[in-house]
Design a protein around this ligand. Sequence first.
Ligand SMILES: [Fe+2]
Ligand SMILES: [Fe+2]
Length: 229
Amino acid sequence: MDPTDAAHVMQTPEEYADFLSGMSFDKRIEMINSFRCAELQGAEELRVLSETTDDPDLAKKFARHAADEEKHGAYFGEIMQRLGVEPFDPPDEPDHITIGGRLIVDTLNDIEEILPTRGETVGLDRVIPILTLFQAVESRALVSFEAHRRTFEAADPVIAERIGEIIADESHHAAYVRTLLDQWAAEGWADEVKAAQEATDAREGKAREWAAERLEAERLRDAGALPAS
Ligand SMILES: [Fe+2]
Ligand SMILES: [Fe+2]
């Protein structure tokens, strides 16, 4: 597989689902658990944003968004239990399997670094970079969740349906955040929106390079050119 193609594979649900179906049960569980944790981390970040924004309408939107992510966290926990595994704390150094998983976890950690502190009151200059990163997380989550949903369609339709519900919410999140960013860009925040988008695109480019290198290394190892690490 050409490394460029390999990086691309991880961006389409069809091929990603194919990739997942060859994965061990334990790895699948690890991924679902990391989604669970990502949902809860995102929820907490949105709660902070809701409590610190100077705009009461935005506060309401972010609180609703946080509640959705909390619900998703609980859903992924229920899915694990249905598969016979109790939710657990993720490893400190997660072994990211896909570009999507890595981008979701790393980006949520980056959001934490620029998140306001409770007690602060912040304007759009602080909100825009955070929401732009969220937009990247949500669109990644959509690809990853759709891939997982497909692999459960035949094996466990109840799980597939649950993930489908999560996906519907994520699509809504991605859409309302996009609408807000576009609206702010049209209302005098164009430079901030553009700068935040460029920073996020650069991050995505790096994650893609990482994925291509990793997949190429795995290909070489599978072909016997490198010893297994
Ligand atoms: Fe979510
Ligand atoms: Fe979401």
